[in-house]
Design a protein around this ligand. Structure first.
Ligand code: PEP
Ligand code: MN
Length: 234
């Protein structure tokens, strides 16, 4: 059975995530959604600290595990205990200090790590950096790579790398069909194509009203689109 990690790009309000927990919570293995977001522009939505309490409440109410991204030691100490899986984002793949900290924390506390490939890293470089997480249960996550024309398409799908990665690691492999697709019209086809390479899991972004999303509005599925895709996956 393919593991599914899904939720919005960023947590925006209690109502937003409660609607998602209610409608898709029963279909997924981990709920995702950034409490804080890495954004290249400082005046864009950065997430909100309040989201931590919303996640605590809704995780307990709907009994769905939560996968959240950690950026620093302070966050790890404060949020770690509420996270069931700890995500290391693409931009932190090379942050070996953070990898060492997360490896100690997750191996000690028995929490899996979702480790995302940097969008410009080779597969070998990705595998090499995963050695910093050697004591933990790691899910290596492919999430698209930067192509020749990022101004036309920010990231390009890297599904065949599931097969290449499989030859180089014993860790589980997750395919992020949302960040690798960039536009929602490609997400379902790319997710289904990725399944041909037998990943252990899929990551998908879903939002109650994608057009109004405060980050990654172009690629998030709405609830109906998401449920249709999950039916095909399962
Ligand atoms: C995410 O999964 O929330 C995210 C920002 O993805 P990435 O780190 O792969 O860009
Ligand atoms: Mn996103």
């Amino acid at each position: 059975m393919t593991m599914i990690v899904a939720g919005p790009c960023a947590i925006e309000s209690y109502e937003q995530i409660e609607e998602l927990y209610k409608s898709v919570g029963g279909k997924i293995d981990y709920f995702r959604g950034g409490i804080h977001k890495y954004r290249s522009l400082a005046n864009t939505y950065q997430g909100t600290y309040q989201a931590l309490q919303w996640v605590r409440d809704l995780k307990a109410k709907y009994n769905v595990k939560y996968c959240g991204e950690i950026f620093s030691k302070d966050e790890l100490m404060e949020y770690g205990k509420d996270f069931d899986m700890i995500q290391i984002g693409s931009r932190n793949m090379h942050n070996t200090n953070l990898l060492k900290l997360i490896n100690s924390y997750c191996s000690w506390n028995n929490k899996p790590v979702l480790f995302k490939r940097h969008y410009a890293a080779s597969i070998q470089e990705f595998v090499n950096h995963s050695s910093y997480l050697k004591d933990s249960e790691v899910y290596m996550c492919l999430r698209g790579i930067q192509g020749m024309h990022p101004e036309e398409q920010r990231f390009q799908p890297d599904m065949p790398d599931i097969a290449r990665l499989r030859e180089l690691t014993d860790s589980k492999i997750v395919y992020d069909a949302s960040h690798s697709s960039c536009e929602k019209r490609f997400v379902a086809a790319n997710a289904l194509a990725a399944l041909e390479y037998c990943p252990d899991g899929l990551m998908l972004e879903v939002h109650p009203t994608p057009a109004e999303a405060l980050s990654d509005a172009d690629q998030q599925l709405n609830i109906l689109e998401f449920l249709n895709l999950v039916n095909k996956i399962k």
